[in-house]
Design a protein around this ligand. Structure first.
Ligand code: ADP
Length: 193
């Protein structure tokens, strides 16, 4: 099964992808996680991405497309994958289609988690305070100003990706404001299980 999860920061993509990874035994491919790992390891890509991510902007398409193309070639992704945080621009969506076409593969579903923007800031603040309470480290880009920049990037660069899949009749929208378990059930229904 090959899936794309779309939605703004704080929509619950990470939560749902982690569950789908368990349920279907396919890896969750989060470009945000991959880029954070590259920043931590100070690889050339990490060095390039660091300041961009800290500002809440998008890393250049070529960089992210290269990472994803390589990652979906790995053995654990042969049976499928869940893309979380990619594609984030129409150019990335087109590149993904091209990569999959070259492998005679296609997407089984593109699921949009629809949420009220007003709820997102408070969700992200809650995630940060829960992380602190649990002794974890809060993401640098979860400060209110950077979250605002990430939401702006979503609105201007990623919302068109939702439209891109909608015009191809490939999009299913799920209410991301519902409780986590309800969202999970709705996603399972889309996937026929
Ligand atoms: P969220 O969905 O909560 O904003 P992510 O972990 O998906 O967080 O992404 C964190 C940051 O990583 C983004 O703000 C952006 O700078 C970078 N990033 C992740 N995925 C992409 C992508 N597909 N294209 C460009 N930049 C990306």
């Amino acid at each position: 099964m090959r899936l794309v999860l779309l939605g703004p920061p704080g929509a619950g993509k990470g939560t749902q992808s982690a569950r789908l990874q368990e349920k279907y035994g396919i890896p969750q491919l989060s470009t945000g996680d991959m880029l954070r790992a590259a920043v931590k390891a100070a690889t050339p890509i990490g060095l390039q991405a660091k300041a961009i991510m800290a500002a809440g902007s998008l890393v250049p398409d070529e960089v992210v497309i290269g990472i994803v193309a390589e990652r979906i070639d790995a053995p654990d992704a042969k049976r499928g994958f869940i893309l979380d945080g990619f594609p984030r621009t129409v150019k990335q969506a087109e590149a993904l289609a091209e990569i999959l076409r070259g492998k005679n593969m296609s997407l089984d579903a593109v699921i949009e988690l629809k949420v009220d923007e007003a709820a997102l800031l408070s969700r992200i603040e809650k995630r940060a305070s829960e992380t602190v309470a649990g002794g974890g480290v809060v993401r640098h880009d979860d400060s209110p100003e950077v979250v605002r920049a990430r939401l702006d990037a979503y609105r201007t660069q990623t919302a068109p990706v939702v439209a891109y899949y909608a015009t191809k009749n490939a999009l299913t929208s799920v209410d991301g404001m519902a409780p986590i378990a309800t969202v999970s059930t709705a996603i399972d229904k889309v996937l026929g299980g």
